[in-house]
Design a protein around this ligand. Structure first.
Ligand SMILES: [Zn+2]
Length: 177
């Protein structure tokens, strides 16, 4: 078994435990690289941060230029992000925060938006009905039972059952048409 002395830790180890052409063993090399990246990333991050703080105008200019030159890319990324689960959740949370901050104004804006976008409203409603979302099924249950939504929400099995009933009657309707 061929061995070698590691110049870092001084241990005698099998040659296989050294990266090719290196005098420091794999373990020491790994540690060295880890430290190197950590130190350099930290200082690179600090440098970038202080530059940003010292050059706010230049930064704005660069960002603007970047946006102008990458419109399509940004648009596409935005679209992907919006459709992702995290993006969707964040959007809903932000909307909620906005709404809580200024409920009356938001409600009015929503109303105006709905009046100006009847097609989109129809499309969304159709989707909600087609997909039998929880909200839709709950609203049906509410109408049927007269119970408040907060109570209905405590019975997911009831919601599930109602969804199945609606699906059933839909299937029967299409079969007997
Ligand atoms: Zn070593």
């Amino acid at each position: 078994m061929e061995t070698k002395i590691c110049k870092k830790c001084g241990e005698v180890k099998e040659v296989e435990l050294f990266p090719k052409g290196r005098n420091a063993c794999r373990e020491c090399r790994k540690k060295y690289l880890n430290d190197f990246y950590r130190n350099n990333l930290d200082s690179a991050y600090q440098n970038a941060k202080s530059w940003r703080l010292e050059n706010p105008e230049k930064r704005k200019e660069i960002q603007k230029k970047y946006r102008e030159n990458n419109k399509e890319k940004i648009h596409l990324n935005d679209k992907i992000y919006r459709k992702s689960t995290i993006g969707y959740k964040k959007r809903i949370i932000n909307q909620r925060i906005c709404y809580l901050r200024n409920p009356v104004k938001k409600r009015q804006q929503k109303k105006i938006w709905r009046l100006n976008n009847p097609e989109k409203v129809k499309e969304t409603n159709r989707k909600i009905i087609d997909l039998l979302s929880d909200g839709y099924v709950i609203s049906k249950l509410k109408r049927q039972t007269g119970l408040p939504i907060s109570i209905i929400k405590q019975y997911p099995k009831l919601i599930k059952a109602k969804r199945l009933i609606i699906q059933n009657s839909r299937t029967i309707k299409t079969l007997t048409k």
